[in-house]
Write a protein that binds this ligand. Structure first.
Ligand code: AVJ
Ligand code: FE
Length: 442
């Protein structure tokens, strides 16, 4: 977290993180795929990878060169190509996009000018754009978010595997007997943030929310548990489904999470070009909100609200304050599966050291978790620095996801971070956990 750093140290951190995220982006694009694959569209849901690559550079030019440093546009004629609002994803392959070598040269030139201007710029506490290095943090996070999107494109792509799974080992197991759910007592907690320097507008500001008591699952729902739902006929019983979810399920006769199929009497899944048996202890991935909602009803539970998720993750009842991460305020390696250290979620129980004050585990990393909540503005919300990051998406169409996935970088993840998507979507790295009402003894 950049809070409290001297300006020079903050600039050093920013330069290092800009370098690291670019290395990640190139490792998902020009280093592993040829011209044809970079310019192809693998699904109408996704951009050609070469679009993401030039888009992150164009966004960096807009915010770090033009807005922050006052430098004239380099190539104003390409702005509209990379404006996500002018051209929906389905249209992007038909645009006269920069070819891969030109895209790489363009983003490299932008980057060189950014590093040059970073030395001269002053971060001013009275200027919200540069205070605490905010706009630089925004651009670093933006590129990491697109890298996660690019991983979803890789997952959808056909053909020989392009990505190597670093497959970092998980910490050694300690203990091992955990309750299946945890009681969160009734009472107020602080939701959102007013002082996280790189938080997005939609996470601000901190406000008190009072919740009745509830139970929340210790872990995300596993493949083993989800297979029990499938085998109990869960996909064939409209009692469990939201009416719109039943329609979604029926339109294509869906009967399992994305990328799964039945082979030789067992469930297998395609993962980045390789087929493997579905690992029973991993959190289920690639489920839509409708599938999560149906499972929860079948299990006699429900999805947690966004506030319930955040209280279980962040509130420390002894200290009467909210933490930035479940385990504390600082990001620490070895407490969560984040940052593409593996190409998969880890089995439940892999990170007991990442538990929240209440003992809820793996809330950060592994899989994005669907909540029952629509994506809406917090009290006193003000769009900053532009309406198209969050504000235009507020409303009943989108459901909130929390916690980040194995593909989310630690800089784009924290207990307050809010993600959102349509309830039918499951190409992203989504899972869920369940909750239920509790009636407290008097
Ligand atoms: C926050 C993941 C929904 O990918 O649409 C990227 C992030 N915003 N470029 C998205 C984003 C602008 C956004 N999500
Ligand atoms: Fe973007």
């Amino acid at each position: 977290a950049p809070a409290g750093l001297a300006e020079d140290d903050l600039k050093e951190l920013i330069a290092a993180e800009l370098g690291a995220v670019r290395d990640r982006s190139l490792g998902l694009t020009t280093r592993v795929l040829d011209h044809a694959e970079l310019t192809a569209q693998v699904s109408p849901l996704m951009s050609p990878l070469v679009w993401d690559l030039a888009h992150v550079g164009n966004y960096e030019e807009l915010w770090l060169l033009r807005a922050a440093a006052g430098i004239d546009p380099m190539r104003p004629e390409i702005d509209s190509l990379y404006d996500a609002f002018e051209h929906p994803r389905a249209e992007r392959p038909a645009l006269p996009l920069l070819p891969p070598d030109e895209a790489r040269a363009y983003i490299g030139t932008v980057r060189a000018k950014v590093l040059d201007s970073l030395e001269r710029i002053r971060f001013r506490e009275d200027d919200p754009l540069t205070a605490g290095g905010f706009v630089y943090g925004m651009v670093v996070q933006h590129e990491h978010q697109h890298d996660e999107t690019m991983l979803a494109t890789h997952q959808l792509r056909k053909g020989a595997p392009a990505l190597l799974d670093p497959d970092e080992p998980v910490p050694a197991r300690i203990g091992g007997m955990f309750p299946t759910e945890v009681l969160i007592e009734a009472g107020p907690f602080e939701m959102g943030t007013s002082d996280d320097p790189w938080a997005y507008d939609n996470e601000r500001g901190a406000h008190i929310v009072d919740l009745p008591a509830y139970y929340i699952d210790t872990f995300p729902v596993t493949n083993r548990a989800y297979i029990a739902f499938i085998e109990a006929g869960g996909y064939d019983d409209p009692r469990w489904w939201d009416p719109e979810g039943w329609e979604w399920r029926s339109a294509k006769d869906r009967g399992a999470p994305g990328f799964w199929r039945r082979e030789g009497g067992q469930w297998v899944r395609r993962r980045f070009g390789r087929v493997e048996p579905v690992p029973p202890d991993e959190p289920v991935q690639h489920v839509s909100w409708y599938e999560a909602d149906a499972y929860a009803r079948w299990a006699g539970k429900r999805l947690p609200t966004e506030a319930e998720w955040e209280k279980a993750a962040r509130w420390d009842p002894a200290a009467q304050r909210s933490r930035r991460f479940p385990w504390g305020d600082a990001y620490e390696e070895g407490r969560a599966n984040l940052g593409q250290r593996r190409l998969r979620p880890t089995p439940v129980g892999s990170f007991p050291g990442g538990a929240s004050a209440y003992g809820v585990q793996q809330m950060i990393g592994d899989v994005w978790e669907w909540t029952s909540s629509d994506f809406t503005a917090y009290p006193g919300f003000r769009a900053f620095p532009y309406k198209e990051y969050s504000e235009v998406f507020f409303g009943p169409g989108y459901k909130v996801l929390r916690g980040g996935s194995w593909a989310t970088h630690p800089l784009a993840c924290r207990g307050t971070f809010r993600n959102w998507d349509y309830p039918i979507r499951r190409q992203i790295f989504t899972g869920f956990r369940c909750a239920r009402d509790a009636v407290e003894a008097r």
